[in-house]
Design a binder for this molecule. Structure first.
Ligand SMILES: [Ca+2]
Ligand SMILES: [Ca+2]
Length: 261
């Protein structure tokens, strides 16, 4: 019941949104609150919802509300998270999953760049016609993949020797700024040994040979203690790397990926 009421309230709020100023196609502008909303119907825990909104460059929606009758009750002393249900709020267990809403307030510094995003760290490269962003805070491969997806991009896919050199140059330009506590020798890129049998494919499904670049470093892939995630050394050669280990990474974005077509 609580989930049904919760969904109904969210859908009502969503329906009140009006088409307006542009932020990204998956967000709707609401002039009354002066910002953009996105309803995530795939439920998540409070912490995962917070993380997803943060990776999209926004916040988990906050709104002025009243407690529901009998709430907060901290049932079984295990309710530290808060949900909206039929216009009022209740405390719930943080491991429970609910749909959620992300929110971005409209401010003057929100400017759509030539890369089709308000994220100023994406830079257009004429070689490929795509935009690239170097993430200096290292993450394990899966989290890097998720981060790029939330930004409307994808973990960089190398489609030619020239693009490999382009990524190398971006890597070089950012190498001294990589945050401590992460590998500086490789960056995560968009390829993976999906079946763990030595067939390397890009995140778009092609083999790396079909995609246009399969230049491994000498002795690689060496599958050292189980390395199934794709990475690139500073000399632009490929490496298989540990999926659990954090490394910086580059996201690649087509100009129209966040625009309404
Ligand atoms: Ca590419
Ligand atoms: Ca390796």
């Amino acid at each position: 019941m609580i989930l049904q009421n919760y969904l109904f309230t969210l859908l009502l709020l969503f329906a009140c949104s009006v088409a307006g100023k542009h932020f990204r196609f998956d967000y709707d502008y609401n002039g009354y609150v002066g910002g953009w909303f996105k309803l995530h119907l795939i439920p998540a825990t409070w912490h995962d919802a917070w993380l997803r909104c943060d990776l999209e460059g926004v916040s988990l929606a906050r709104m002025p509300v009243k407690w529901a009758p009998g709430e907060p009750d901290n049932f079984n002393n295990g309710e530290d998270c808060i949900v909206l249900t039929n216009g009022t709020i209740a405390d719930v267990n943080c491991s429970e999953i609910f749909p959620y809403m992300c929110f971005k307030k409209n401010t003057k510094d929100i400017i759509m760049t030539t890369c089709g995003t308000v994220d100023k760290e994406y830079k257009l490269e004429s070689l490929t016609g795509n935009c690239y962003k170097f993430h200096r805070i290292g993450k394990p491969w899966k989290r890097a993949f998720m981060t790029c997806a939330a930004e409307g991009s994808y973990l960089a896919v190398i489609n030619s020797p020239q693009e490999a050199l382009l990524l190398k140059n971006i890597y070089d330009a950012n190498h001294s700024k990589i945050r401590p506590g992460t590998s500086k020798d490789v960056i995560n890129i968009g390829m993976h040994d999906w079946n763990e049998h030595g067939v390397w494919r890009t995140i778009h499904g092609l083999t790396i040979e079909e995609a246009g670049y399969a230049d491994w470093a000498q002795g690689q892939p060496d599958n050292s203690s189980g390395q199934f995630c794709g990475a690139m050394f500073r000399n632009s050669k490929l490496d298989d790397f540990w999926c659990h280990a954090s490394a910086p990474f580059i996201c690649e974005k087509s100009l129209d990926s966040l625009l309404e077509l």
